[in-house]
Design a protein around this ligand. Sequence first.
Ligand SMILES: [Zn+2]
Length: 94
Amino acid sequence: MPNANDKNSLDMDRKELIRLKEQCLAQARQYQNQIDLMDKLILSNVSDTLIDKSNRDWKEDFSHENGNYRNNCGKCGNHFYGHKRRVRCKLCSF
Ligand SMILES: [Zn+2]
């Protein structure tokens, strides 16, 4: 019966497509896990290595009276050097 054979081959194609789709999904999940891991590593290293810590300092304040205080940034929480009235590090102020 040609009709039955056509239907069977269609079912086979569909099963094969579903199987291939599952394989793609599994790979996509693996990639997503790797991307998530890279994001974590990038973010955890940013404050220590990628950003020069001294970029947070207000170097132009240093020559002023009270210009070389160790402050904590109200936004990022990192310490920086600058005028004692500064509330944010330089990186967070722009
Ligand atoms: Zn900051």
